[in-house]
Write a protein that binds this ligand. Structure first.
Ligand code: HEM
Length: 510
């Protein structure tokens, strides 16, 4: 009899702990400064609030800002965010009391075992961000290696083809292309095309972001325990330990090569990749207070910052272009002209101005509905004097990206939209640029330092697609992005078909 009731005793105990925890968690939260846009009667556990946020964030923000004529608060599964109107973009960009790093550390659980990539990215020495800023951007010396890696990746993943249409494995064959391209610059020749390494970086990024999303579903007080039981967090721990071992082997081998060269009285090999740049920057930091992260952690940090974001950009352009054969033809001619003129170089990608406009238009249509996510590290006041208390999470309304007052016919994909603005002399319309109403790469001191690299990489990958393949969405397939609160996920199920072009202009790309 007692045995029969035990499971229910356990169940009730666990429920009681959870409810008490959630109550305490809720009680600890301060009263919001601004009206909440998704507050509903009897919604004590915020179930309706979260559902509304996931499905209707854009409408909640625009109608809330209109109704209250003040900033608003929105409840999200991970807490509350203050959404400021876009007129405060400049104030956010320049306010030193607002920090991006600390927000990311908090929201993405820096410090949890296995989430070490986040610690490496946010490390106080700023080694990685420094390398991204100074070495990764418009670096001609890495373009050939990236191009060779792309050529190989397309051969392996998309195929040389038999002149027949075939459907690609949308998730793997898009992320795989970007992972190959990025690895050629991040990790260098030893591992750039190595199957196990590519699996580690892609697997880590997927497991990490999934684990973070799962943790947001648990009350904050429980997360430091719960992560031990989540399979995706466990996978992260394994990936970190394997990445560290592999990178330490590569570094050991490099040290031996240099030593041998010295012994033989010849010049040692020079490595031109982020692995080597980070090593060099770290050795300059030897006297810094906090020891540098491991090389493997830095690599996973690069993958975490670069892989998902850039793959989504690549995917979105492919889907948009699949419906625009006339634009595809114009792009083919632009891309081949620039490569013929400038070779595989930053000059070539910089001069692909229609492609740049296409990428920015594509980004506009799938951008998050907010930008500039920050945490107040001190009490700070809005220009009208309203106090934003320390610890508040704030972000800025970005829905004007889909507003007809800023972008005529805003829901239509207009390949030339940003090119026209650029040609009219408006200088803030290149893919990598932010503007007063365009903050998709953020802004101020935290603006994305990887955007130049992302632009080059996506342009080069698209050059391969344009010159080597015909492509389309499967007949009758209508692509739909997924709205997930503030964010848009590019159609994860796209049925994308390709056929190798013959004869191919793409031979120039290898
Ligand atoms: C299309 C691709 C990308 C998009 C849309 C993107 C977007 C962003 C955004 C919105 C931020 C926050 C900036 C802010 O709030 O002011 C950011 C920060 C950052 N991004 Fe990117 N990013 C992309 C690619 C990359 C790549 C390829 C790298 C590295 C190679 C990278 C590295 C970083 C880093 C290190 C930060 C943190 C900067 C800081 O805290 O100061 N990103 N990115």
């Amino acid at each position: 009899m007692l045995l029969a009731t035990l499971p229910s005793i356990y169940a009730w105990t666990i429920l009681a702990i959870l409810v008490t925890g959630m109550y305490l968690f809720g009680a600890k939260r301060r009263r919001p400064v601004f009206p909440i846009v998704n507050k509903y009667p009897h919604d004590f556990l915020n179930q309706k609030a979260n559902r509304q946020y996931i499905q209707n964030a854009s409408t909640l923000i625009t109608s809330g800002l209109n109704k209250h004529q003040s900033p608003v608060t929105i409840v999200i599964p991970n807490g509350q965010k203050i959404v400021l109107p876009s007129s405060l973009t400049g104030w956010v960009k320049t306010n030193k009391d607002l920090d991006h790093k600390k927000l990311v550390q908090h929201d993405f659980f820096a410090g949890f075992p296995g989430f070490d990539a986040q610690d490496a990215l946010q490390h106080p020495n700023e080694t990685l961000i420094g390398v991204i800023r100074t070495k990764l951007g418009q670096n001609d010396s890495t373009m050939e290696a990236m191009n060779a890696s792309l050529a190989k990746a397309f051969r392996v993943l998309w195929g040389d083809g038999d002149g027949q249409w075939r459907i690609i494995d949308w998730h793997n064959d898009t992320m795989g292309i970007i992972a190959h391209a990025a690895s050629s610059v991040f990790v260098g020749p030893e591992k750039a095309d190595d199957g196990e390494w590519l699996e580690i970086v892609q697997g880590y990024v997927t497991a990490y972001f999934t684990a973070v999303g799962e943790l947001h579903g648990y009350p904050s007080w429980s997360r430091s325990m719960v992560h031990w039981f989540l399979p995706n967090a466990a996978a992260c721990r394994k990936y970190v330990s394997r990445a560290r071992a592999i990178m330490n082997d590569v570094l050991q081998k490099r040290r031996e090569e240099v030593k041998l060269a010295k012994l033989q009285g010849r010049e040692g090999p020079e490595y031109n990749d982020a692995l080597a740049w980070i090593q060099a920057a770290s050795s300059g930091n030897e006297h810094a207070k906090t020891p540098e992260p491991e090389a493997g952690d830095f690599q996973l940090a690069l993958a975490m910052a670069a892989l998902f974001t850039t793959t989504e950009a690549f995917r979105q352009v492919l889907i948009h272009l699949a419906a625009k054969p006339d634009v595809v033809e114009a792009l083919r001619s632009e891309v081949s002209k620039q490569i013929e003129q400038h070779g595989i170089s930053v000059a070539a990608t910089n001069n692909m101005v229609l492609l740049d406009s296409v990428m920015k238009e594509s980004q506009r249509l799938s951008a998050a509905v907010v930008a500039l996510e920050r945490i107040a590290v001190k009490d700070t006041t809005l220009p009208d004097g309203t106090l934003i208390p320390r610890g508040s999470h704030i972000t800025v309304d970005s829905t004007s990206l889909l507003d007809s007052s800023s972008y005529p016919n805003p829901l239509a994909f207009d390949a030339h939209r940003f090119l026209r603005k650029r040609q009219a002399g408006d200088k803030s319309n290149q893919f990598v640029q932010s503007g007063p109403d365009y903050s998709v790469f953020g802004g101020g001191r935290h603006i994305c330092p990887g955007r130049f690299f992302a632009a080059n990489e996506v342009k080069l990958a698209l050059a391969h697609v344009l010159l080597k393949y015909d492509f389309r969405l499967a007949e009758g397939y209508e692509s739909k992005n997924i709205r997930n609160g503030f964010y848009t996920i590019v159609d994860p199920m796209a049925k994308f078909e390709i056929k190798r072009r013959k004869p191919s202009l793409g031979e120039v790309l290898g």
